[in-house]
Design a protein around this ligand. Structure first.
Ligand code: ADP
Ligand code: MG
Length: 731
């Protein structure tokens, strides 16, 4: 039998870059072409409708049936002119990615059978009932209502994929419980807007709205499609479950600085062209640290839209990569021994007056505002460090966190020396000192002239999971395949709740006779003191930090299933309820879903691993064993025993170690299967997930150890699974 592996390697080597051409010579000419954005609205809707819909988008005005009908009519006309024949409510279930069910525009024009016309009403635009019983809901639909429905989110524009008009929607149960990421995200953004506007009014009464901004950086791997297809683990789980490290991987760090390989460059370009058509403002593309690892990032935008765009780009990437003979791996840890992939969430708040609330200002008032928002964020992260970790933790991301490559599994904040010094100074100074007498009382933090360099990102710490980077915070622990919504819900809610508390504390001080500035200053001082434990500028990968963090009382839990408990702690429930994001029931239900997903991921991986060992690795290894035995046997036919053993290419010890590794993998796979059977009997989702982690997962490394040893021993020509060097260096 010829080895399929060599065939696909040979083919992969011959592949040339696919020629790609920009849709237009100038990007701005086709940017947003597939999106029903402002320009399209102006063209396809009446002035009156545009005005009303803008009011809905900008000010949260309620949407009446009439406008919905008008928008639907305009949208349909535009979509049909663009070649669309179908429409779908595009939503974000709690599983990965997005979901959609396509319906055609056609309806009978009269009696059944008398011909069809294209129809799309406001009702169809605004609400749908997808047959969603198969989406995980953590028992919510049983508890409340059997059905769920999707409802239009007018703040994120509809777009066309292929022949289908996609309408971004929330997905909720009939009694209003969120079954997705978008519904709670919109609530969290609203909460942080309200809370931040109130606090902004201490400094500027003209602020009407505060936006939450998100700029994600998407890391990914590209693997040749042929090689991918004959790795059952990549195909079914998105990561390699076995595979010996390549002799060369990322030691030389030559990939990061290297030029982008041609085939990849073509693929990246086409991803960009597609992204621009969808109005996704991709800005950067580059190689990442690991071989065949890359990154793309857009210009940041409003969080809800930016998140939709991230979900869209992930599906665009998958689609385009295939045209170039690649598969894109969004898994957080596709390969052992080299870096995994994350999705840094650059996050900030900004006012409708154009002020970045994490951007150092030009005068004392602006800087007091800047410090206010920084300190409240610090406090929010401090109080919710366990919750923020829970918001980014998944079976996949757990392979990345805690290894020396990614943010550690303890949440801390890096501020940099300058900002740290400023906060230290505020903490130590007396309120009286901060008031300079210039006719009237004037506030002086000693920070009215914040050093310009603060805006410069030179002061960096790659090991921090949450870092201040000049005008924003960078939440780096988010996984590459994640819906950013999870992290953004937790972060924006935490900051909203903290800002509300801050306002209450300051108002109380003002009521007791302090001036506004004195009150703000006094409360900030207290918060700086209280949140100190979260600040850490050192090496987040070090063992000392783990001990130190535990001493500081930061959450050090590293068990994925147990981390989710952070969502249902009384403080978390109170916070989510007080901001109107989740009820306790919803939090419990969502945790059920997370545990279930965790269990299923490990379950699938365990099955695939068992299959790899029993049907790929052991058959090849035993075949090679026979070859060796044959060789030794024939030697003994010619020479006497000791000489024969000496002369045969592989002495008996190779045969023995081969046999030992074969026996070991087999034995461990059997033990793993038994452990799975026991775990499967558990009905409580949390207990089951924990059992999978404690009793099934540990076999993965044991099996891998022996499987990888076998890969090293067995004749390369016989080995059927593409090796790391082939997966990582062919492009
Ligand atoms: P780096 O790799 O140096 O961190 P990138 O340029 O790859 O930086 O990504 C930085 C991301 O942060 C981009 O998406 C950028 O638009 C975004 N960003 C910049 N300023 C802000 C801000 N004030 N708020 C949110 N995101 C921001
Ligand atoms: Mg970054």
């Amino acid at each position: 039998m010829s080895n399929l592996r060599f065939q696909v390697v040979g083919e992969a080597f011959k592949k040339k870059a696919v020629a790609v051409e920009a849709p237009e010579s100038v990007t701005s000419e086709y940017f947003g072409k597939y999106v029903f954005g402002r320009e399209q609205m102006a063209k396809y809707l009446s002035k009156e409708t545009v005005k009303k819909i803008r009011d809905v988008i900008d000010n949260g005005a309620t949407l009446d049936r009439d406008i919905a009908n008008h928008v639907a009519a305009g949208m349909k006309q535009w979509a049909m002119e663009m070649g669309a024949t179908h429409y779908t409510h595009w939503f974000q279930p709690l599983t990965d990615g997005t979901a959609e069910k396509h319906d055609s525009f056609i309806e009978y024009s009269g009696a059944p059978g008398e011909g069809v016309i294209e129809e799309f009403s406001g009702k169809l635009l605004a609400q749908q009932e997808p047959d969603a019983s198969s989406f995980p809901s953590g028992g919510l639909r049983n508890t409340f209502e059997a059905r769920g429905y999707s409802a239009w989110d007018p703040s994120s524009p509809a777009f066309i994929v292929d022949d289908t008009l996609c309408i971004p929607t929330v997905f909720v149960s009939y009694t209003g419980e969120a079954l997705d990421y978008k519904a709670p995200l919109l609530k969290a953004l609203n909460a942080v807007n309200k809370a931040a506007v109130d606090v902004c009014h201490y400094f500027d009464k003209s602020v009407k709205k505060v936006y939450s901004y998100l700029g994600w950086e998407q890391e990914y791997f590209l693997v040749d499609e042929g090689l991918y297809a004959i790795r059952p683990d990549l195909l079914l789980t998105g990561r390699t479950l076995v595979g010996h490290e390549s002799a060369k991987n990322q030691q030389l760090e030559d990939h990061y600085f290297g030029s982008i390989p041609e085939r990849v460059q073509a693929c990246m370009k086409e991803i960009e062209f597609e992204a621009y058509k969808y109005g996704i403002p991709l800005k950067t593309r580059h190689n990442e640290v690991a071989p065949n690892q890359f990154e793309l990032a857009p210009i940041f935008g409003e969080t809800n839209l930016a998140n939709d765009q991230n979900l869209l780009i992930m599906s665009v990437m998958k689609r385009v990569a295939r045209k170039h003979g690649f598969r894109v791996l969004l898994h957080e840890k596709p390969f052992a021994g080299i870096n995994g992939s994350g999705k840094h969430n650059n996050w900030s708040l900004g006012t409708d007056t154009g002020v970045g609330l994490f951007t150092p200002g030009k005068n004392a008032t602006e800087n007091l505002q800047f410090v206010t928002f920084v300190v409240n964020t610090l406090m929010a992260v401090y109080k919710n460090n366990a919750l923020l970790k829970a918001s980014i933790m998944t079976a996949q991301n757990s392979h990345r966190l805690g290894a020396n490559e990614a943010p550690p599994a303890i949440i801390s904040v890096f501020l940099g020396t300058q900002l740290s010094a400023i906060l230290d100074k505020i903490e130590k100074s007396k309120v009286e000192e901060s008031i300079t007498i210039e006719g009237k009382r004037k506030f002086n933090l000693g920070v009215s002239q914040l050093p310009e360099v603060l805006l410069d990102n030179t002061d960096r710490n790659r090991t921090s999971p949450f870092a201040f980077t000049g005008n924003r915070f960078e939440f780096r622990a988010v996984g590459s395949s994640a819906n950013c919504g999870s992290a953004m819900i937790a972060l924006n809610t935490a900051v909203a709740a903290q800002l509300k508390e801050f306002k209450a504390a300051v108002d109380a001080k003002i009521a007791s006779g302090m001036t506004k500035d004195e009150a703000i200053f006094t409360v900030l001082k207290k918060l700086i003191k209280e949140s100190k434990a979260i600040r850490f500028d050192g090496n987040g990968y070090s063992e000392e930090w783990k001990r130190e963090a535990a001493k500081r009382g930061l959450d050090c839990e590293s068990s994925v299933p147990l981390i989710y408990d952070a969502y249902t702690k009384p403080e978390s429930v109170k916070m989510f309820e007080s901001c109107g994001i989740f009820t306790e029931k919803e939090l419990e239900a969502r945790n059920e879903v997370k545990w279930e997903i965790y269990t299923k991921k490990i379950q699938i991986e365990a099955r695939v691993l068992g299959d790899l060992v029993m049907n790929h690795i052991i058959p090849v290894a035993t075949r090679y064993q026979s070859v060796l035995l044959d060789n030794v046997y024939k030697m003994t036919q010619v020479y006497e025993h000791t000489k024969a053993a000496k002369l045969s290419a592989h002495d008996n010890s190779t045969i023995e170690s081969l046999s030992e590794h074969i026996a070991a993998v087999k034995d461990y796979v059997e033990q793993m299967v038994d452990a799975r059977k026991v775990a499967n009997k558990i009905t409580d989702e949390r207990q089951k997930a924990f059992a999978y982690q404690e009793t099934v997962l540990p076999f993965f490394d044991k099996i891998r150890y022996h499987a990888d040893k076998l890969e090293m021993i067995v004749d390369d020509e016989m080995w059927s699974l593409p090796k790391y060097r082939e997966l990582l260096f062919i492009r």
